[in-house]
Design a protein around this ligand. Structure first.
Ligand code: PMP
Length: 350
């Protein structure tokens, strides 16, 4: 008798971007925020330390109330999760039975397929058309869940609301999941569409705009009747006291978010200009990273390696269609200066 489920034994685990061992590494491979989080976070976490002998609020009420106020939705339309990855897992756990189908756009966030595999769900990639447009004819087939990150990763593409509506209209049976991990840099959200569309779920994270990847907090938005089911299936104490307090403080400090995202967006545009001047094709990005294309897969691989030797980590995906591309997270101006100098050198050498 096999102890391990066949679907788990067969799957390949998700490979996160490489962590840096060296503090001097210019780390531009995981779309982390290189600015510190709001100072209010440390104050709130310090206060929460006093209560660690007691269980946290299982419902993360204060955090959810703050999010509901901010986004103008009912508290019952928000759930708080251990990173947005937990929300993505709950979508599979609650919506899909073994053998069901889920779909997502390609190139996209690879973890959707990993989650599908571990839940014995068939994952169908839908290729973007041309340079990352939603296909003219949207056919989700029998997919129970259809994933689109907006802005998308790794391409950075920002889809306008009209395209999100077109997708929602094309998926009458399943749930459309708009993953807004990078939306704080784009200033656009599908959350206001929740009143109109019952087949919408929106996922947000504190890991990018709020600079709290290490705290592990995400938010899920959907109709209350959907989230009431998800609430039953999550870890009962999914967010500890420090995470709840820190995320709430971050959410309330709007000035900090605006100031730091504005800096990152300015560095993004400056970096994109610098990369284009070096002769690479750079795609428009609404996120905290840029995506650029080199002349050929072998060249992209060589440039990636040369940057790595210079202690600059970026992301190179081996997948067909994007194997000649690199994704570069936008750090501080100093990080991006180091990157542009390193890139010029890498291009000369390769
Ligand atoms: N969605 C997308 C599109 C991402 O790129 C990431 C981060 N790699 C996540 C979700 C997960 O973020 P987290 O679990 O840190 O909230």
């Amino acid at each position: 008798m096999a102890i391990i489920r066949a679907c788990v034994e067969k799957m390949t685990g998700y490979t996160p971007g490489e962590a840096a061992g060296n503090p001097r590494t210019v780390k531009l491979n995981q779309n982390e925020n290189r600015y510190p989080p709001s100072p209010r976070v440390a104050e709130a976490v310090a206060r929460a330390l006093g209560g660690l002998n007691l269980y946290p609020d299982s419902a993360s009420r204060r955090l959810r109330r703050a999010a509901a106020d901010l986004y103008g939705v009912a508290e019952e339309s928000v759930m708080a999760t251990n990173g947005s990855d937990e929300m993505l897992l709950l979508l599979f756990r609650c919506c899909c039975s073994p053998g069901d189908e889920a779909a997502g756009f390609r190139p996209g966030y690879a973890y959707y397929a990993t989650l599908a595999a571990m839940n014995d769900v068939r994952y169908r990639p839908i290729d973007f058309e041309g340079e990352f447009h939603l296909p003219e004819r949207l056919d989700p087939g029998r997919a129970k869940l259809v994933f689109l990150a907006n802005p998308n990763s790794p391409t950075g593409t920002l889809f306008p609301e009209s395209e999100i509506r077109r997708l929602l209209d094309a998926v009458p049976e399943g749930l459309v999941v708009i993953d807004e991990a990078y939306a704080d840099f784009a200033g656009q959200s599908a959350i206001p569409l929740l009143g109109e569309y019952a087949n919408l779920a929106v996922v947000r994270t504190f890991s990018k705009g709020y600079s709290l990847a290490g705290l592990r907090v995400g938010l899920g938005f959907a109709r209350p009747e959907i989230l009431a089911q998800f609430e039953k299936a999550r870890d009962f104490y999914n967010l500890d006291r420090l995470a709840q307090a820190g995320a709430e403080a971050a959410l309330r400090d709007r000035d900090w978010l605006e100031k730091t995202t504005r800096l990152i967006v300015a560095s993004r545009e400056r970096t994109a200009g610098g990369v284009a001047r070096l002769g690479l094709k750079v795609y428009a990005s609404g996120a905290n990273f840029i995506f650029c294309r080199l002349a050929g897969e072998a060249r992209a691989e060589r440039v990636f390696r040369s940057l790595r030797e210079q202690n600059i980590l970026v992301r190179h995906f081996g997948n067909p269609g994007v194997a000649d591309c690199l994704r570069i997270s936008v750090g501080t101006d100093a990080d991006m200066d180091a990157f542009l100098i390193g890139l010029e050198k890498a291009l000369e050498q390769s």
